[in-house]
Design a protein around this ligand. Structure first.
Ligand SMILES: Cc1cc2nc3c(=O)[nH]c(=O)nc-3n(C[C@H](O)[C@H](O)[C@H](O)COP(=O)(O)O)c2cc1C
Length: 174
């Protein structure tokens, strides 16, 4: 593969919120999760865990947690990214959000590469949705829901998108 076409994958990723009524292939789910686990993490602590949700009833219940999560009514799959803070001590504990974010982006990129689309739903800063998810899935206190990633075959054709804002770039000094 030419290096430019590898970079093109990043530009192909965009948030997908409408999906075809089609299950995600189990082998593809494994590849997507493997991509998540291949992300960098502080001190290689890999604090992430993944809750794979395909049950229609459960997905619909998740959709009801927050109005911005309506796409979960349609998504055939959602991956809930969790941080396991047990035994994750010292300075590396401060980095779990960055670690899980790296895993989440890897997951979205792998999904794109396999012809799926997904969207990042932020959870960590939201107390109420976090509590509802803990209750729904029996998630203990030491495990922190960080983000949810609905994934499916896109209903609509891909959007071509490249953002470039020179004002956001600072050379050598702010
Ligand atoms: C931390 C975070 C939280 C987000 N939460 C939501 C959300 O609750 N609902 C939603 O539809 N999209 C959510 N998004 C997706 C953003 O809206 C989307 O990434 C942004 O509009 C840019 O569009 P793009 O992903 O197509 O480039 C979230 C993204 C991030 C990184």
């Amino acid at each position: 593969m030419e290096s430019m076409s590898k970079v093109d994958l990043l530009f192909e990723r965009h948030s997908v919120r409408r999906y075809l009524d089609e299950k995600v292939d189990p082998q593809d789910i494994q590849t997507i999760l493997q991509a998540g686990m291949s992300a960098p993490s502080a001190r290689n602590a890999q604090p992430w865990e993944f809750l794979v949700i395909q049950d229609r009833q459960r997905l619909t219940e998740c959709a009801g947690i927050r109005k911005f999560w309506a796409m979960l009514n349609e998504a055939p799959l959602a991956i809930l990214v969790l941080a396991n803070l047990e035994g994750y001590t010292g300075s590396s504990r401060e980095f779990f959000l960055q670690d899980c974010s790296a895993a989440a982006e890897n997951i979205l990129l792998a999904a794109t590469a396999l012809g799926y689309g997904g969207v990042w739903l932020g959870i960590h800063a939201l107390e109420e949705p976090q509590a509802r998810l803990r209750e729904l899935f029996g998630i203990p206190e030491s495990i922190v829901p960080v983000m949810m990633l609905p994934i499916g075959r896109p209903l609509n054709p891909p959007e071509a998108k490249r953002r470039f804002t020179p004002e956001k770039i600072h050379e050598e000094r702010y």
